[in-house]
Write a protein that binds this ligand. Structure first.
Ligand code: NAD
Length: 497
Protein backbone atom coordinates (compact mmCIF):
# COMPACT_ATOMS: atom_id res chain seq x y z
CA UNK A 1 0.00 0.00 0.00
CA UNK A 2 1.38 3.40 -1.01
CA UNK A 3 2.05 5.83 1.86
CA UNK A 4 1.63 9.57 1.22
CA UNK A 5 4.27 11.50 3.17
CA UNK A 6 4.74 15.12 4.18
CA UNK A 7 6.85 17.56 2.17
CA UNK A 8 9.22 19.50 4.40
CA UNK A 9 12.19 21.62 3.41
CA UNK A 10 12.12 20.56 -0.23
CA UNK A 11 11.75 16.80 0.18
CA UNK A 12 9.19 14.09 0.88
CA UNK A 13 9.53 13.41 4.58
CA UNK A 14 8.32 10.54 6.77
CA UNK A 15 6.48 11.37 9.96
CA UNK A 16 7.34 11.22 13.61
CA UNK A 17 4.31 9.04 14.14
CA UNK A 18 2.90 5.96 12.52
CA UNK A 19 -0.71 7.13 12.56
CA UNK A 20 -2.30 6.96 9.11
CA UNK A 21 -5.69 7.46 7.46
CA UNK A 22 -7.01 5.54 4.45
CA UNK A 23 -7.32 7.27 1.07
CA UNK A 24 -10.03 5.70 -1.10
CA UNK A 25 -10.81 5.51 -4.77
CA UNK A 26 -14.44 6.65 -4.46
CA UNK A 27 -15.40 5.09 -7.79
CA UNK A 28 -14.52 1.57 -6.63
CA UNK A 29 -14.65 1.95 -2.88
CA UNK A 30 -11.15 0.47 -2.68
CA UNK A 31 -8.53 1.77 -0.27
CA UNK A 32 -5.73 2.90 -2.59
CA UNK A 33 -3.22 4.52 -0.22
CA UNK A 34 -2.55 5.57 3.35
CA UNK A 35 -1.71 9.11 4.29
CA UNK A 36 0.52 9.88 7.26
CA UNK A 37 -1.12 11.89 10.02
CA UNK A 38 1.26 14.41 11.52
CA UNK A 39 2.05 14.85 15.17
CA UNK A 40 2.84 18.29 16.59
CA UNK A 41 6.55 17.52 16.08
CA UNK A 42 6.00 17.26 12.30
CA UNK A 43 4.32 20.65 12.30
CA UNK A 44 7.29 21.97 14.29
CA UNK A 45 9.70 20.63 11.64
CA UNK A 46 7.74 22.23 8.82
CA UNK A 47 7.49 25.57 10.65
CA UNK A 48 11.20 25.48 11.47
CA UNK A 49 12.02 24.94 7.78
CA UNK A 50 9.62 27.70 6.77
CA UNK A 51 11.01 30.13 9.38
CA UNK A 52 14.55 29.52 8.18
CA UNK A 53 13.56 29.93 4.53
CA UNK A 54 11.70 33.16 5.30
CA UNK A 55 14.95 35.01 6.00
CA UNK A 56 16.19 34.77 2.41
CA UNK A 57 12.82 34.50 0.63
CA UNK A 58 11.40 37.67 2.18
CA UNK A 59 14.57 39.42 1.04
CA UNK A 60 14.42 38.05 -2.52
CA UNK A 61 13.70 40.45 -5.36
CA UNK A 62 10.24 40.80 -6.81
CA UNK A 63 11.66 39.63 -10.14
CA UNK A 64 12.91 36.41 -8.60
CA UNK A 65 9.54 35.67 -6.99
CA UNK A 66 7.67 36.46 -10.19
CA UNK A 67 10.05 34.28 -12.20
CA UNK A 68 9.22 31.31 -9.94
CA UNK A 69 5.49 32.01 -10.31
CA UNK A 70 5.72 32.08 -14.12
CA UNK A 71 7.66 28.78 -14.10
CA UNK A 72 5.16 27.24 -11.67
CA UNK A 73 2.28 28.35 -13.89
CA UNK A 74 3.90 26.71 -16.94
CA UNK A 75 4.33 23.46 -15.00
CA UNK A 76 0.67 23.51 -13.98
CA UNK A 77 -0.21 23.77 -17.67
CA UNK A 78 2.24 21.04 -18.67
CA UNK A 79 1.03 18.60 -16.01
CA UNK A 80 -2.68 19.38 -16.22
CA UNK A 81 -3.65 15.88 -17.41
CA UNK A 82 -1.69 14.12 -14.68
CA UNK A 83 -2.96 16.44 -12.00
CA UNK A 84 -6.56 16.04 -13.16
CA UNK A 85 -6.19 12.26 -12.96
CA UNK A 86 -4.75 12.49 -9.43
CA UNK A 87 -7.63 14.70 -8.27
CA UNK A 88 -10.28 12.52 -9.88
CA UNK A 89 -8.82 9.31 -8.47
CA UNK A 90 -9.03 10.51 -4.85
CA UNK A 91 -11.95 12.93 -4.94
CA UNK A 92 -14.10 11.11 -7.50
CA UNK A 93 -15.01 14.11 -9.68
CA UNK A 94 -15.05 13.73 -13.46
CA UNK A 95 -11.65 14.48 -15.03
CA UNK A 96 -12.93 17.48 -17.01
CA UNK A 97 -14.35 18.92 -13.80
CA UNK A 98 -10.94 18.42 -12.15
CA UNK A 99 -9.40 20.27 -15.10
CA UNK A 100 -11.83 23.12 -14.40
CA UNK A 101 -10.57 23.53 -10.86
CA UNK A 102 -6.95 23.41 -12.06
CA UNK A 103 -7.67 26.23 -14.52
CA UNK A 104 -9.50 28.35 -11.92
CA UNK A 105 -6.68 27.77 -9.43
CA UNK A 106 -4.06 28.59 -12.05
CA UNK A 107 -5.71 31.97 -12.48
CA UNK A 108 -4.56 32.83 -8.95
CA UNK A 109 -0.99 31.95 -9.97
CA UNK A 110 -1.44 34.30 -12.95
CA UNK A 111 -2.56 37.01 -10.55
CA UNK A 112 0.54 36.27 -8.44
CA UNK A 113 2.69 36.68 -11.58
CA UNK A 114 1.58 40.32 -11.50
CA UNK A 115 2.31 40.75 -7.79
CA UNK A 116 4.80 43.55 -8.44
CA UNK A 117 1.92 45.77 -9.49
CA UNK A 118 -0.27 44.76 -6.55
CA UNK A 119 2.54 45.56 -4.11
CA UNK A 120 3.23 49.08 -5.38
CA UNK A 121 3.02 51.63 -2.62
CA UNK A 122 1.97 55.28 -2.55
CA UNK A 123 4.19 58.34 -2.44
CA UNK A 124 3.23 61.83 -1.33
CA UNK A 125 5.64 64.58 -2.24
CA UNK A 126 6.22 67.60 0.01
CA UNK A 127 3.61 66.83 2.69
CA UNK A 128 5.41 69.47 4.68
CA UNK A 129 8.34 71.63 3.57
CA UNK A 130 11.16 69.19 2.73
CA UNK A 131 9.13 66.19 3.91
CA UNK A 132 7.85 63.24 1.83
CA UNK A 133 5.76 60.22 2.85
CA UNK A 134 5.63 56.81 1.24
CA UNK A 135 4.22 53.44 2.21
CA UNK A 136 5.00 49.86 1.35
CA UNK A 137 3.89 46.40 2.44
CA UNK A 138 6.00 43.63 3.89
CA UNK A 139 5.37 39.88 4.29
CA UNK A 140 4.26 38.47 7.63
CA UNK A 141 6.47 35.39 8.04
CA UNK A 142 5.27 31.78 8.11
CA UNK A 143 1.65 31.44 6.96
CA UNK A 144 -0.45 28.27 7.09
CA UNK A 145 -3.37 26.95 5.05
CA UNK A 146 -5.91 24.33 6.12
CA UNK A 147 -8.08 23.14 3.24
CA UNK A 148 -11.14 20.98 2.49
CA UNK A 149 -11.46 17.86 0.34
CA UNK A 150 -13.76 19.24 -2.32
CA UNK A 151 -11.24 21.33 -4.29
CA UNK A 152 -7.92 19.64 -3.53
CA UNK A 153 -5.96 21.93 -5.82
CA UNK A 154 -8.01 25.10 -6.36
CA UNK A 155 -8.62 26.03 -2.73
CA UNK A 156 -4.94 25.71 -1.68
CA UNK A 157 -4.11 27.75 -4.79
CA UNK A 158 -6.40 30.51 -3.45
CA UNK A 159 -3.79 30.87 -0.72
CA UNK A 160 -0.16 29.88 -1.27
CA UNK A 161 0.67 31.65 -4.58
CA UNK A 162 -0.27 35.01 -3.09
CA UNK A 163 1.37 34.28 0.26
CA UNK A 164 4.59 33.17 -1.44
CA UNK A 165 4.67 35.91 -4.10
CA UNK A 166 4.33 38.53 -1.37
CA UNK A 167 7.43 37.08 0.34
CA UNK A 168 6.01 34.72 2.96
CA UNK A 169 6.73 31.05 3.46
CA UNK A 170 3.90 28.53 3.71
CA UNK A 171 2.79 25.35 5.49
CA UNK A 172 -0.20 23.63 3.88
CA UNK A 173 -2.37 21.10 5.72
CA UNK A 174 -4.58 19.66 2.97
CA UNK A 175 -7.59 17.42 3.45
CA UNK A 176 -6.55 13.94 4.54
CA UNK A 177 -9.16 12.50 2.16
CA UNK A 178 -7.39 13.58 -1.07
CA UNK A 179 -3.85 14.70 -0.21
CA UNK A 180 -1.91 13.66 -3.34
CA UNK A 181 -2.56 16.81 -5.38
CA UNK A 182 -0.71 18.85 -2.72
CA UNK A 183 2.30 16.51 -2.80
CA UNK A 184 2.38 16.95 -6.57
CA UNK A 185 2.18 20.74 -6.28
CA UNK A 186 5.15 20.69 -3.89
CA UNK A 187 7.21 18.89 -6.53
CA UNK A 188 6.16 21.41 -9.19
CA UNK A 189 7.20 24.33 -6.99
CA UNK A 190 10.62 22.70 -6.45
CA UNK A 191 10.99 22.23 -10.22
CA UNK A 192 9.98 25.87 -10.72
CA UNK A 193 12.96 26.94 -8.64
CA UNK A 194 11.26 27.76 -5.33
CA UNK A 195 13.90 27.47 -2.60
CA UNK A 196 13.57 24.63 -0.07
CA UNK A 197 11.39 25.39 2.92
CA UNK A 198 9.29 28.10 1.26
CA UNK A 199 6.41 25.69 0.57
CA UNK A 200 5.78 22.74 2.90
CA UNK A 201 2.97 20.20 3.17
CA UNK A 202 1.99 18.54 6.42
CA UNK A 203 -0.68 15.88 6.16
CA UNK A 204 -2.92 15.23 9.09
CA UNK A 205 -6.09 15.63 11.06
CA UNK A 206 -7.13 17.65 14.12
CA UNK A 207 -3.76 17.02 15.80
CA UNK A 208 -1.93 18.82 12.98
CA UNK A 209 -4.56 21.56 12.80
CA UNK A 210 -4.35 22.27 16.52
CA UNK A 211 -0.54 22.37 16.35
CA UNK A 212 -0.83 24.98 13.57
CA UNK A 213 -3.42 27.06 15.42
CA UNK A 214 -1.27 27.22 18.56
CA UNK A 215 2.16 27.51 16.95
CA UNK A 216 3.96 30.67 18.13
CA UNK A 217 5.95 30.99 14.88
CA UNK A 218 2.96 30.97 12.53
CA UNK A 219 1.72 34.49 11.79
CA UNK A 220 -1.44 33.83 9.76
CA UNK A 221 -3.89 31.01 9.12
CA UNK A 222 -6.11 30.63 6.06
CA UNK A 223 -8.92 28.11 6.47
CA UNK A 224 -11.58 26.83 4.10
CA UNK A 225 -14.01 24.11 5.19
CA UNK A 226 -17.23 23.58 7.11
CA UNK A 227 -18.69 26.30 9.33
CA UNK A 228 -18.23 24.61 12.74
CA UNK A 229 -14.52 24.05 12.03
CA UNK A 230 -14.17 27.57 10.55
CA UNK A 231 -15.54 29.00 13.79
CA UNK A 232 -13.22 26.82 15.85
CA UNK A 233 -10.16 27.74 13.76
CA UNK A 234 -10.99 31.44 13.88
CA UNK A 235 -11.47 31.46 17.63
CA UNK A 236 -8.41 29.41 18.53
CA UNK A 237 -5.99 31.02 16.06
CA UNK A 238 -7.02 34.61 16.85
CA UNK A 239 -6.69 33.74 20.56
CA UNK A 240 -3.05 32.92 19.87
CA UNK A 241 -2.58 36.28 18.12
CA UNK A 242 -2.72 35.23 14.48
CA UNK A 243 -4.40 36.77 11.49
CA UNK A 244 -7.16 34.44 10.31
CA UNK A 245 -9.28 34.13 7.22
CA UNK A 246 -11.89 31.40 7.72
CA UNK A 247 -14.36 30.47 5.01
CA UNK A 248 -17.20 28.14 5.99
CA UNK A 249 -20.08 26.14 4.57
CA UNK A 250 -22.99 27.16 2.41
CA UNK A 251 -26.57 26.71 1.35
CA UNK A 252 -26.78 28.48 -1.99
CA UNK A 253 -30.15 29.54 -3.37
CA UNK A 254 -30.98 30.10 -7.04
CA UNK A 255 -34.16 32.10 -7.54
CA UNK A 256 -36.12 31.52 -10.74
CA UNK A 257 -38.62 34.22 -11.70
CA UNK A 258 -41.55 33.51 -14.04
CA UNK A 259 -39.99 35.81 -16.67
CA UNK A 260 -36.82 33.66 -16.88
CA UNK A 261 -36.06 31.34 -19.77
CA UNK A 262 -37.00 28.14 -17.91
CA UNK A 263 -35.07 25.77 -20.14
CA UNK A 264 -31.92 27.88 -19.67
CA UNK A 265 -32.47 28.18 -15.91
CA UNK A 266 -33.16 24.45 -15.51
CA UNK A 267 -30.07 23.52 -17.52
CA UNK A 268 -27.87 25.68 -15.32
CA UNK A 269 -29.55 24.63 -12.08
CA UNK A 270 -29.07 20.96 -12.95
CA UNK A 271 -25.35 21.40 -13.67
CA UNK A 272 -24.84 23.62 -10.61
CA UNK A 273 -26.70 21.24 -8.27
CA UNK A 274 -25.29 17.92 -9.46
CA UNK A 275 -21.87 18.78 -10.92
CA UNK A 276 -19.11 17.32 -8.73
CA UNK A 277 -21.92 15.35 -7.02
CA UNK A 278 -23.04 18.57 -5.32
CA UNK A 279 -19.76 18.81 -3.39
CA UNK A 280 -18.99 22.42 -4.22
CA UNK A 281 -19.22 25.27 -1.75
CA UNK A 282 -20.94 27.25 -4.53
CA UNK A 283 -23.24 24.37 -5.62
CA UNK A 284 -26.88 25.36 -5.91
CA UNK A 285 -28.66 23.27 -3.28
CA UNK A 286 -31.92 25.27 -3.11
CA UNK A 287 -34.01 26.42 -6.05
CA UNK A 288 -36.54 29.09 -5.12
CA UNK A 289 -39.32 28.95 -7.69
CA UNK A 290 -41.33 32.14 -7.73
CA UNK A 291 -45.07 32.13 -8.50
CA UNK A 292 -46.16 30.37 -11.67
CA UNK A 293 -42.53 29.37 -12.45
CA UNK A 294 -42.84 26.51 -9.92
CA UNK A 295 -44.61 23.58 -11.60
CA UNK A 296 -43.09 24.15 -15.03
CA UNK A 297 -39.59 24.47 -13.56
CA UNK A 298 -39.89 21.28 -11.52
CA UNK A 299 -41.10 19.39 -14.58
CA UNK A 300 -38.06 20.44 -16.65
CA UNK A 301 -35.66 19.90 -13.73
CA UNK A 302 -36.98 16.37 -13.19
CA UNK A 303 -36.38 15.50 -16.83
CA UNK A 304 -32.86 16.92 -16.73
CA UNK A 305 -31.97 15.30 -13.38
CA UNK A 306 -32.93 11.89 -14.80
CA UNK A 307 -30.66 12.53 -17.79
CA UNK A 308 -27.54 13.17 -15.67
CA UNK A 309 -25.00 10.46 -16.50
CA UNK A 310 -23.42 9.12 -13.32
CA UNK A 311 -20.28 6.99 -13.29
CA UNK A 312 -16.57 6.94 -12.52
CA UNK A 313 -14.78 10.26 -12.90
CA UNK A 314 -12.18 8.68 -15.16
CA UNK A 315 -14.81 8.41 -17.94
CA UNK A 316 -15.23 11.94 -19.30
CA UNK A 317 -18.58 11.07 -20.85
CA UNK A 318 -20.02 11.07 -17.32
CA UNK A 319 -21.59 14.24 -15.91
CA UNK A 320 -21.15 13.31 -12.29
CA UNK A 321 -18.93 10.99 -10.24
CA UNK A 322 -19.30 9.41 -6.81
CA UNK A 323 -19.33 11.05 -3.38
CA UNK A 324 -15.95 11.29 -1.67
CA UNK A 325 -16.58 8.65 1.01
CA UNK A 326 -19.19 6.09 1.90
CA UNK A 327 -20.16 8.25 4.89
CA UNK A 328 -20.87 11.15 2.52
CA UNK A 329 -23.02 8.85 0.35
CA UNK A 330 -24.92 7.68 3.42
CA UNK A 331 -25.52 11.32 4.46
CA UNK A 332 -27.18 11.94 1.10
CA UNK A 333 -29.35 8.83 1.41
CA UNK A 334 -30.42 9.88 4.92
CA UNK A 335 -31.14 13.48 3.83
CA UNK A 336 -33.52 12.33 1.09
CA UNK A 337 -35.24 9.90 3.49
CA UNK A 338 -35.68 12.60 6.12
CA UNK A 339 -36.96 15.01 3.46
CA UNK A 340 -39.65 12.50 2.49
CA UNK A 341 -40.56 11.87 6.14
CA UNK A 342 -40.91 15.57 6.79
CA UNK A 343 -43.30 16.08 3.87
CA UNK A 344 -41.17 17.01 0.85
CA UNK A 345 -42.13 15.43 -2.47
CA UNK A 346 -39.34 13.21 -3.78
CA UNK A 347 -39.64 13.92 -7.50
CA UNK A 348 -36.38 12.20 -8.47
CA UNK A 349 -34.83 9.68 -6.08
CA UNK A 350 -31.11 8.99 -6.49
CA UNK A 351 -30.70 6.84 -3.42
CA UNK A 352 -30.69 3.40 -5.02
CA UNK A 353 -28.41 4.11 -7.92
CA UNK A 354 -25.81 1.48 -8.69
CA UNK A 355 -23.20 1.84 -11.39
CA UNK A 356 -22.50 -1.37 -13.30
CA UNK A 357 -18.97 -2.61 -12.63
CA UNK A 358 -18.63 -0.17 -9.71
CA UNK A 359 -21.09 -1.65 -7.26
CA UNK A 360 -18.89 -0.79 -4.25
CA UNK A 361 -18.31 2.82 -5.36
CA UNK A 362 -19.72 5.66 -3.27
CA UNK A 363 -22.40 6.63 -5.79
CA UNK A 364 -25.73 8.36 -5.26
CA UNK A 365 -27.74 9.69 -8.18
CA UNK A 366 -29.31 13.14 -8.43
CA UNK A 367 -32.30 13.69 -6.15
CA UNK A 368 -34.92 16.40 -6.61
CA UNK A 369 -37.13 17.34 -3.67
CA UNK A 370 -40.11 19.64 -4.21
CA UNK A 371 -42.28 21.60 -1.76
CA UNK A 372 -39.42 21.81 0.72
CA UNK A 373 -40.10 24.29 3.50
CA UNK A 374 -37.54 26.26 5.46
CA UNK A 375 -38.09 24.26 8.67
CA UNK A 376 -37.22 20.90 7.06
CA UNK A 377 -33.78 19.37 7.57
CA UNK A 378 -33.30 19.16 3.79
CA UNK A 379 -33.33 22.97 3.90
CA UNK A 380 -31.61 23.73 7.19
CA UNK A 381 -28.65 21.34 6.82
CA UNK A 382 -25.78 21.53 4.37
CA UNK A 383 -26.19 18.14 2.65
CA UNK A 384 -23.14 18.62 0.42
CA UNK A 385 -24.34 16.06 -2.09
CA UNK A 386 -26.44 15.77 -5.27
CA UNK A 387 -29.74 16.88 -3.75
CA UNK A 388 -31.65 19.88 -5.10
CA UNK A 389 -34.47 21.16 -2.89
CA UNK A 390 -37.19 23.33 -4.41
CA UNK A 391 -38.81 25.91 -2.16
CA UNK A 392 -41.85 27.79 -3.47
CA UNK A 393 -42.25 31.57 -3.01
CA UNK A 394 -44.98 33.93 -4.21
CA UNK A 395 -42.84 36.96 -4.97
CA UNK A 396 -39.23 38.05 -5.46
CA UNK A 397 -39.40 39.90 -2.14
CA UNK A 398 -40.40 36.67 -0.38
CA UNK A 399 -37.52 34.84 -2.10
CA UNK A 400 -35.07 37.52 -0.92
CA UNK A 401 -36.44 37.23 2.62
CA UNK A 402 -35.89 33.45 2.57
CA UNK A 403 -32.29 33.92 1.48
CA UNK A 404 -31.64 36.63 4.03
CA UNK A 405 -33.09 34.53 6.86
CA UNK A 406 -30.75 31.65 6.01
CA UNK A 407 -27.67 31.56 8.28
CA UNK A 408 -25.34 31.02 5.31
CA UNK A 409 -24.53 33.68 2.72
CA UNK A 410 -21.93 32.27 0.34
CA UNK A 411 -23.38 32.47 -3.19
CA UNK A 412 -26.76 33.02 -4.78
CA UNK A 413 -28.17 33.45 -8.26
CA UNK A 414 -31.20 34.99 -9.92
CA UNK A 415 -32.66 33.81 -13.22
CA UNK A 416 -34.71 36.53 -14.84
CA UNK A 417 -35.08 38.71 -17.92
CA UNK A 418 -35.81 41.81 -15.81
CA UNK A 419 -32.99 44.27 -15.16
CA UNK A 420 -35.05 45.91 -12.44
CA UNK A 421 -35.49 42.61 -10.59
CA UNK A 422 -31.79 41.81 -10.97
CA UNK A 423 -30.78 45.19 -9.57
CA UNK A 424 -33.16 44.91 -6.61
CA UNK A 425 -31.92 41.37 -5.92
CA UNK A 426 -28.22 42.22 -5.90
CA UNK A 427 -28.74 45.25 -3.69
CA UNK A 428 -31.02 43.60 -1.11
CA UNK A 429 -29.69 40.09 -0.74
CA UNK A 430 -27.30 39.45 2.17
CA UNK A 431 -24.88 37.18 0.35
CA UNK A 432 -21.27 37.71 -0.69
CA UNK A 433 -21.24 36.41 -4.29
CA UNK A 434 -24.15 36.95 -6.64
CA UNK A 435 -24.91 35.65 -10.11
CA UNK A 436 -27.43 37.13 -12.51
CA UNK A 437 -28.33 34.31 -14.90
CA UNK A 438 -24.98 32.81 -13.77
CA UNK A 439 -25.51 29.89 -11.38
CA UNK A 440 -22.02 29.54 -9.84
CA UNK A 441 -20.66 33.09 -9.52
CA UNK A 442 -17.12 32.26 -8.40
CA UNK A 443 -15.19 35.55 -8.71
CA UNK A 444 -12.15 35.82 -10.95
CA UNK A 445 -8.72 35.82 -9.32
CA UNK A 446 -8.43 39.62 -9.41
CA UNK A 447 -11.60 39.95 -7.33
CA UNK A 448 -11.87 38.36 -3.91
CA UNK A 449 -13.84 35.28 -2.89
CA UNK A 450 -15.90 35.23 0.26
CA UNK A 451 -19.40 34.87 1.60
CA UNK A 452 -21.33 36.63 4.33
CA UNK A 453 -22.80 35.43 7.64
CA UNK A 454 -21.85 31.84 8.59
CA UNK A 455 -20.06 31.33 5.28
CA UNK A 456 -17.19 33.58 6.35
CA UNK A 457 -16.05 33.91 9.92
CA UNK A 458 -14.19 37.12 10.70
CA UNK A 459 -13.77 39.77 8.07
CA UNK A 460 -11.23 38.64 5.49
CA UNK A 461 -12.23 37.24 2.09
CA UNK A 462 -9.65 35.30 0.13
CA UNK A 463 -7.36 36.06 -2.87
CA UNK A 464 -7.25 39.14 -5.12
CA UNK A 465 -6.48 42.44 -3.41
CA UNK A 466 -7.82 41.06 -0.10
CA UNK A 467 -5.28 38.24 -0.32
CA UNK A 468 -2.42 40.69 -0.79
CA UNK A 469 -3.68 42.73 2.16
CA UNK A 470 -4.05 39.60 4.31
CA UNK A 471 -0.53 38.29 3.67
CA UNK A 472 1.26 41.61 4.16
CA UNK A 473 1.33 44.49 6.61
CA UNK A 474 1.91 48.13 5.78
CA UNK A 475 4.66 50.52 6.76
CA UNK A 476 4.43 54.27 6.33
CA UNK A 477 7.69 56.21 6.13
CA UNK A 478 8.03 59.94 6.68
CA UNK A 479 11.30 61.31 5.29
CA UNK A 480 13.19 64.58 5.49
CA UNK A 481 16.62 65.20 3.97
CA UNK A 482 17.70 68.51 5.54
CA UNK A 483 19.33 70.86 3.02
CA UNK A 484 21.29 72.77 5.64
CA UNK A 485 22.30 72.26 9.23
CA UNK A 486 20.76 74.26 12.00
CA UNK A 487 17.10 73.08 11.97
CA UNK A 488 15.75 72.98 15.45
CA UNK A 489 13.46 70.21 16.63
CA UNK A 490 10.07 71.33 17.94
CA UNK A 491 8.67 69.94 21.16
CA UNK A 492 5.06 70.38 20.12
CA UNK A 493 3.34 67.58 18.10
CA UNK A 494 4.53 67.81 14.46
CA UNK A 495 2.19 69.57 12.02
CA UNK A 496 2.85 70.44 8.40
CA UNK A 497 3.84 73.90 7.28
P1 NAD B 1 -14.07 20.05 7.00
O1 NAD B 1 -14.45 21.26 7.77
O2 NAD B 1 -14.48 18.72 7.54
O3 NAD B 1 -12.47 19.97 6.85
C1 NAD B 1 -11.71 21.09 6.44
C2 NAD B 1 -10.31 20.97 7.04
O4 NAD B 1 -10.41 21.00 8.46
C3 NAD B 1 -9.59 19.68 6.68
O5 NAD B 1 -8.25 19.96 6.39
C4 NAD B 1 -9.74 18.82 7.94
O6 NAD B 1 -8.65 17.94 8.13
C5 NAD B 1 -9.81 19.86 9.04
N1 NAD B 1 -10.66 19.41 10.17
C6 NAD B 1 -11.77 18.63 10.09
N2 NAD B 1 -12.28 18.43 11.32
C7 NAD B 1 -11.50 19.11 12.19
C8 NAD B 1 -11.52 19.29 13.61
N3 NAD B 1 -12.46 18.74 14.37
N4 NAD B 1 -10.55 20.06 14.17
C9 NAD B 1 -9.60 20.63 13.40
N5 NAD B 1 -9.54 20.48 12.05
C10 NAD B 1 -10.46 19.73 11.46
O7 NAD B 1 -14.61 20.25 5.51
P2 NAD B 1 -14.61 19.22 4.31
O8 NAD B 1 -15.63 18.16 4.57
O9 NAD B 1 -13.23 18.80 3.97
O10 NAD B 1 -15.11 20.16 3.11
C11 NAD B 1 -16.46 20.46 2.89
C12 NAD B 1 -16.89 21.72 3.59
O11 NAD B 1 -16.07 22.82 3.17
C13 NAD B 1 -18.31 22.14 3.24
O12 NAD B 1 -18.93 22.61 4.40
C14 NAD B 1 -18.12 23.24 2.20
O13 NAD B 1 -19.20 24.14 2.10
C15 NAD B 1 -16.91 23.91 2.75
N6 NAD B 1 -16.22 24.68 1.72
C16 NAD B 1 -16.35 26.04 1.76
C17 NAD B 1 -15.74 26.81 0.79
C18 NAD B 1 -15.87 28.30 0.80
O14 NAD B 1 -15.21 28.93 0.00
N7 NAD B 1 -16.65 28.91 1.67
C19 NAD B 1 -14.99 26.20 -0.22
C20 NAD B 1 -14.87 24.81 -0.23
C21 NAD B 1 -15.48 24.06 0.76
Amino acid sequence: MKTIEHWINGAATPANSTRTAPVYDPATGARQADVLLAEAADVDSAVAAASKAFVAWSDSSLSQRVKVMFAFRELLVKHEDELARIISSEHGKVIDDARGEIVRGREIVEYACGIADALKGDFSDQVSRGVDVHNFRQPLGVCAGITPFNFPIMVPLWMHPIAIATGNTFVLKPSERDPSASAFVAELYAEAGLPDGVFNVVNGDKVAVDAILDHPDIEAVSFVGSTPIAKYVHERATASGKRVQALGGAKNHAVVLPDADLEYAANHLTAAAFGSAGQRCMAVSVGVAVGPAGDALVEVLARKAREVKVGPGSDVSNDMGPLVTDAARQRVVDAVATGAEQGATVVVDGRDLTVAGHEDGFFAGPSLLDHVTTDMKAYTEEIFGPVLSIVRADTLDEAIEIINDNPYGNGTALFTSSGEAARRFQRQVRVGMIGVNVPIPVPMSYYSFGGWKDSLIGDSPIHGAEGVRFYTRPKVVTTRWPETDGHTAAFNFPTSN
